[in-house]
Ligand binder design. Structure first.
Ligand code: ZN
Length: 258
């Protein structure tokens, strides 16, 4: 198969996986199985037939409506599928057809699921972050360039810094800051990427989160003291760090160390 053919196939695999991620996002917070039963319309509970369950295409084919009850299908389904497909393309473009790329692809899918669940429910389920952490450490020990020591430091530092911030924030800011879910989530990111990336992730996420929070408050989309889910910022920070660590670190140096 030529290059473009294999990239198209990769994108399709990303879309199909993205379709499964949508099931995870919907069911994991409810404590339901992600395997059984098959997909149903959330409104009329009719089982979705295979030809209405084609990633990306069915959404447009059905014009964003359930075939049976006409209930609206959220645009988030094709969005998640597309994001996952694009993630896989980006990973292979950056890391080649390697075993590391396979791990990073799964890592990005995990970030996507956690992000959407945090946006919907303001929680990061332990059932994702803790096995994710263990898998990250395992992959780092045998496959990823970071190695098991880097991974262990990533877990300790990623989790440790946020834990200290969480412990200190009632004194510093007079209110609870980080949730325990955020702590375990950054520890998981550290397990995959090591301590340098964990620090970069937190730096980027904090800047982006603060800017976004101030912006939303200024334009009155958000009340002061309202809670903003932090997982999307941590996930975006981790992706930016994974792809552009060297460039970002260079930028940091020219800003603060000249
Ligand atoms: Zn329906």
């Amino acid at each position: 198969m030529d290059i473009s053919g294999s990239y198209i196939l990769l994108f399709v695999v990303g879309l199909v996986m993205g379709s499964f991620l949508n099931v995870c996002i919907l069911r994991i917070p409810r404590g339901e199985s992600v395997m059984r039963p098959g997909s149903r319309c959330p409104q009329c509970e009719t089982s979705i037939r295979w030809f209405d369950n084609v990633p990306l295409l069915s959404f447009f084919w059905l014009r964003a409506r359930c075939r049976w009850c006409g209930g609206k299908i959220s645009w988030r389904y094709p969005l998640v599928e597309c994001l996952n497909g694009v993630s896989y393309l980006g990973i292979v473009y950056k890391f080649g057809w390697t075993r590391s790329a396979l791990v990073y692809a799964l890592f990005l899918s995990l970030l996507l699921v956690v992000t959407m669940i945090d946006v919907d429910h303001f929680v990061i389920p332990d059932v994702l972050s803790l096995p994710g952490l263990a898998f990250g450490f395992f992959a780092a020990s045998f496959i990823l360039p970071v190695g098991w020591t880097g991974s262990l430091l990533g877990i300790a530092l990623g989790g440790g810094i946020l834990w200290m911030l969480a412990a200190a924030s009632p004194y510093l800011f007079g209110k609870e800051g980080m949730g325990g879910g955020d702590i375990k989530f950054l520890a998981m990111i550290g397990a995959f990427l090591g301590w340098q990336h964990a620090c970069m992730t937190l730096l980027l996420a904090s800047c982006a989160g603060a800017t976004f929070g101030i912006g939303l408050t200024a334009f009155r989309y958000m009340e002061r003291g309202q809670y903003l889910p932090f997982a999307p910022f941590l996930a975006a920070g981790a992706v930016a760090s994974l792809f552009f660590y060297r460039e970002l670190f260079g930028l940091y140096e020219t800003m603060f160390a000249s």
